[in-house]
Design a protein around this ligand. Structure first.
Ligand code: ZN
Length: 467
């Protein structure tokens, strides 16, 4: 009798612990398996940044439920689980809870002063919260985020500045190095509030840290191709079961290496191990022609930032940075402008066709009169081309990679009648990296380490698009 009760209690505890735990996939195109082994059937594949609910954990595997209601298994390394957080009202007034991320939407309740609600995500500058068992929106600029329990983060680089407040303009209180670990207690505009060794608090920029030291997402990504027809196995030796065979020339992503074997993921999302003697390194964008378009220029400054800086200059900086990364990945990269000159949007679109480019990416930074707004968005246009391969797929691949950056928030993938996207027969997308009209986001945008991180993730998105 006692034993049965104990088992029930243990089961209840596991269920309570696991229930409602939300995670996001951190690798593009990964299989959802029917069982917790690499040899089982695939139910579907999930894109990077897919939201999943974790139902159960068993060894190296998680059983998950996807947004469209499918259940299946994924290796735990491929899911990043953000810690549980609350949205807290630290003001002296009640704050409205609404059905959509806009002040014009229906009000369903209020968060009273001092009250908190479970934080789910941030979209379009509003926090998504759990309220009356549903997901609703609350203005992010009126509320604070607090962690349910403190969580560890790890520094990604050496000599990272720890500041006295959540801003690049505040004093540097201390520095940390790669793999240093700190406890996070809160979050503000993409910055983490961390507890220092002397028990005081400091702030670090989100894009400089990771939540998961073992995450494949932070490893360097290699691409290899099979030099011959080649078996993919469930483990790193020829004694393991065969899952499938790669065709000669097939491209795979390499995640790890062990005793002459590589852990790989195929184009179709299958993970497994291959003998590395039959894989050779390749540049993932070899033979691709890319036209980058730094928006505005000359007499057209684009947005003017909170501090009075011009968008046209920052667009050009990001384009040069991205060009270098794409070149290293094997692409031939051209730019619509390489200095401060004006070109019509129509000409920019036509340039891609004349060049015979595989894709056109227009680079911009956003602005609004309301300086509270922040977030990253990408755009495509369907007026002349309805087929998603003409813009949507590219806009989506870039967006889903870019929002994996800590401190970058979702602002959507949108169909817009932008001339540069409309007046071309080349698959085209446009990115608005952040709001220059928001003083905090503006500072991130002008920061070199932020620019590098964003350019790397845009490049990852472009690689995903082609593969
Ligand atoms: Zn612009």
């Amino acid at each position: 009798m006692k034993k049965t009760i104990l088992i029930i209690i243990v089961l209840l505890f596991i269920n309570i612990y696991a229930y409602g735990s939300t995670g996001y996939t951190n690798i593009s195109n990964i299989a959802l398996y029917s069982n917790s082994n690499l040899n089982s059937d695939i139910k579907s594949t999930l894109k990077i940044s897919s939201k999943v609910e974790i139902i159960q954990q068993e060894g190296e595997w998680c059983k998950v439920k996807t947004q469209d209601g499918k259940t299946g298994w994924i290796e735990k390394y491929f899911i990043t689980v953000p810690s549980e957080k609350y949205v807290v009202n630290n003001t002296e007034h009640s704050i409205n809870i609404r059905t959509s991320p806009t002040t014009g939407s229906k009000q369903v309740g209020q968060l009273k002063p001092g009250a908190k609600a479970k934080y789910i995500d941030t979209y379009h500058s509003w926090h998504i919260i759990e309220y009356n068992d549903n997901e609703y929106y609350i203005a992010s600029w009126l509320t604070d985020i607090e962690y349910k329990q403190s969580e560890k983060i790890y520094f990604l680089y050496d000599k990272i500045n720890i500041r006295s407040s959540a801003s690049l303009s505040s004093d540097v209180a201390a520095q940390g190095n790669k793999n240093d670990s700190f406890e996070v207690v809160g979050e503000e505009n993409g910055w983490y509030k961390i507890r220092l060794n002397d028990k005081s608090y400091g702030y670090v920029a989100g894009w400089l840290v990771t939540h998961d030291l073992n995450s494949y997402a932070e490893e360097q990504k290699n691409y290899k191709k099979a030099t011959d027809s080649l078996n993919v196995r469930t483990g790193p030796s020829s004694e393991y079961n065969i899952i499938l065979a790669l065709k000669k020339g097939e491209l795979v992503k390499v995640l790890a290496s062990q005793n002459g074997w590589d852990k790989i993921v195929t184009k179709n999302g299958y993970a497994g191990w291959c003998n590395s003697n039959y894989l050779e390194e390749v540049l993932p964008l070899e033979g691709r022609v890319i036209l980058l378009d730094p928006g505005h220029g000359g007499h057209d400054p684009g947005s003017i930032s909170f501090s009075g800086k011009y968008e046209k200059h920052i667009n050009l900086d990001v384009a040069f940075n991205l060009k270098e990364i794409l070149n290293k990945a094997g692409a031939s990269v051209y730019m619509t402008r390489t200095n401060d000159t004006y070109i019509t949007n129509k000409d920019r679109g036509r340039m891609a066709d004349k060049l015979g480019a595989d894709i056109l990416l227009s680079i911009h930074h956003n602005s609004l009169t309301n300086s509270n707004y922040f977030g990253l968005s990408t755009y495509y246009n369907t007026i002349n081309h309805k087929d998603p391969s003409y813009g949507y797929n590219l806009a989506e691949a870039i967006y889903l990679n870019a929002i994996t950056i800590n401190g970058v928030y979702r602002d959507g993938i949108l169909d817009r009648n932008y001339e540069v996207l409309r007046e071309t027969n080349t698959p085209a997308a446009l990115i608005e990296i952040g709001f220059m009209s928001n003083p905090k986001e503006e500072m991130n945008i002008h920061n070199i380490s932020f620019q590098n991180t964003v350019a790397e993730k845009i490049a990852d998105g472009i690689i995903d698009y082609f593969n």
